[in-house]
Design a protein around this ligand. Structure first.
Ligand SMILES: NC(=O)c1ccc[n+]([C@@H]2O[C@H](COP(=O)([O-])OP(=O)(O)OC[C@H]3O[C@@H](n4cnc5c(N)ncnc54)[C@H](O)[C@@H]3O)[C@@H](O)[C@H]2O)c1
Length: 298
């Protein structure tokens, strides 16, 4: 049966694909964002989630006018998906990025937990692996990148996402709610596959993304499966597609382009260096949008 889901940041690059995916699976969605999402059947409540009062209030409202019909006030919310954020460095001053992301995530999780919502999914990031926004040519410690990696970003954005994972863990311990943090890879919208030939022609250019990506629609499936899979407490999940963004197999590719990083665990022939084994094994994720479907082999 469809769930009642509050989605923050649904008007953004990822949200505008993930929200329709959730609607197609029969869920009801209220979007909370600073700007509207133009999608039928979804109301956007304009709220600034860095303000705790607005976060509490927005999480306890009707999804739309039809909510008035029962006469019993807003119906319970099954899940909150928190994607709203400053999505990278160099958009706002570093202190604003760090503060906006950590405070809004604290506010949303706290409000959800204290309002009795038992499932929260938050957007963490590949940047926690420390290379994406590093100064200079930093190496990963080891491949594959799995959820138990010692994350060590040096930038304001990646650090905010590490803090958010800790905030999620603290509230999950305190409340017993399920809080799942998705370490989302570089989000690729359907029209962006035309960038892949350039990625593939210049391997060093994709080191910062660990030669991994997530199709925005497959990210929808991951969020849907998080909403449907209960009882896991606090979890971190890499949210990426299955395979490396290269035509060559993974092991020789990494030995050539990341020679200082050891491969310390089994890695399948074309596996992405950011491992998605956990979402496949635990959530039952099955990718639908392998980049090879959209990029002609030269
Ligand atoms: N795009 C990527 O490649 C990528 C990769 C890893 C993680 N992420 C994370 O995924 C999430 C979504 O990313 P995106 O690319 O869609 O970003 P985006 O900037 O396109 O969308 C974020 C949305 O959040 C809203 N927002 C920002 N601050 C807000 C606030 N204070 N209150 C309410 N709404 C606010 C914005 O208006 C925007 O619509 C973010 O948390 C981002 O950090 C993105």
């Amino acid at each position: 049966m469809g769930k009642r889901i509050i989605f923050t940041g649904g008007s953004g690059k990822a949200g505008r694909h993930v929200v329709p995916y959730l609607l197609e699976r029969g869920h009801q969605v209220l979007n909370i964002d600073l700007v509207p999402l133009d999608h039928p059947g979804v109301n956007t409540l304009a709220a600034d989630l860095t303000d705790s009062g607005q976060a509490f209030n927005a999480l306890s409202m009707h999804f739309g006018f039809d909510g008035l019909e029962t006469g019993r006030g807003p119906a319970p919310v099954d899940a909150v998906v928190h994607f709203a954020a400053v999505p990278r460095i160099l958009i706002r001053p570093d202190n604003v990025t760090f503060a906006a992301n950590t405070v809004s995530t604290y506010n949303v999780i706290e409000a959800a937990v204290k309002l009795g919502i038992r499932k929260i999914v938050i957007a963490s990031s590949e940047t926690t692996y420390g290379v994406c926004f590093a100064e200079g040519d930093k190496d990963y410690h080891s491949f594959p990148l799995t959820e138990d990696y010692d994350v060590d970003p040096m930038d304001s954005y990646g650090l905010s996402k590490v803090v958010n994972e800790k905030t999620a863990r603290a509230f999950a311990m305190r409340s017993g709610a399920d809080i799942y943090a998705l370490r989302i890879g570089n989000v690729i919208e359907p029209h962006e596959y035309d960038r892949f030939p350039a990625f593939i022609a210049d391997p060093p250019s994709r080191k910062r993304n660990a030669w991994s990506y997530i199709d925005a629609r497959d990210l929808g499936q991951i969020v849907h499966r998080c909403v449907e899979t209960d009882g896991l407490g606090f979890q971190v999940f890499n949210a990426v597609n299955d395979t490396i963004t290269a035509w060559e197999p993974t092991r020789p590719f990494l030995e050539r382009w990341a020679p200082r990083t050891p491969i310390t665990a089994e890695i399948g022939e074309f596996d992405a260096p950011i491992s998605n084994r956990k979402i496949r094994d635990v959530l039952g994720f099955r990718e639908e949008h392998d980049w090879r479907r959209y990029v002609p082999k030269p």
